[in-house]
Design a protein. Structure first.
Ligand SMILES: [Zn+2]
Length: 182
């Protein structure tokens, strides 16, 4: 703290300063911390022991990489140079990505809620009837929305969560659906 006497610093400010100092030291993996004459030695292992998982979660938040299927598709479409709108309320089913100039929409469906024929579409063990009804409503609504969109002249593509997570050929599927001339 240099020449400043810690006793002259208001308690609240000191608390903030200490917190900030802590995070900087942690980030830089500094081993020795000297606060108000009290020296603490931190072995490097202690710093490293911060769970790898929590650190990588932190890092992924820092990088702003959202891995939700919809975000993956958005990023990809953006990278491929397509312009799109999101969730247009005036369209049936509020499609996830709307390409107005091409009159095309993309739905990004979660396999569970929209009942994809894959292993992610499990059924709860209790209240089976309730869930089956709910799922049936979901799939009927999806069909209705697609039909309404077709009727209005929109081309629709449904991308499933499991396909996006596998990621294979996603570029090709987007470009062959959306066409060139971005
Ligand atoms: Zn699936």
């Amino acid at each position: 703290m240099g020449e400043i006497d810690a006793d002259d610093i208001p308690r609240e400010l000191l608390a903030i300063l200490l917190r900030v100092t802590w995070s900087i030291l942690l980030a830089e993996q500094t081993l020795t911390i000297d606060v108000r004459g009290l020296t603490t030695h931190m072995p490097p292992r202690m710093v490293d022991n911060r769970s790898r998982e929590s650190r990588s979660r932190l890092m992924s938040r820092v990088r702003g990489k959202d891995t939700k299927p919809e975000m993956v598709v958005r990023r990809l479409a953006h990278r491929l140079g397509y312009r799109f709108r999101l969730h247009r309320r005036d369209l049936p089913g509020r499609p996830d990505l709307v390409f107005p100039g091409r009159k095309k929409v993309i739905f990004v469906h979660g396999c569970y809620w929209h009942r994809h024929s894959c292993k992610l579409a499990t059924t709860p063990k209790s209240n089976v009837e309730f869930w089956l009804t709910k799922f049936r409503e979901n799939t009927r609504r999806d069909k209705r929305n697609l039909a309404a969109l077709h009727k209005q002249g929109w081309d629709c593509m449904v991308l499933w969560q499991c396909e996006i997570e596998r990621g294979e050929g996603l570029d090709d599927r987007l470009t062959s659906f959306l066409g060139g001339g971005r």
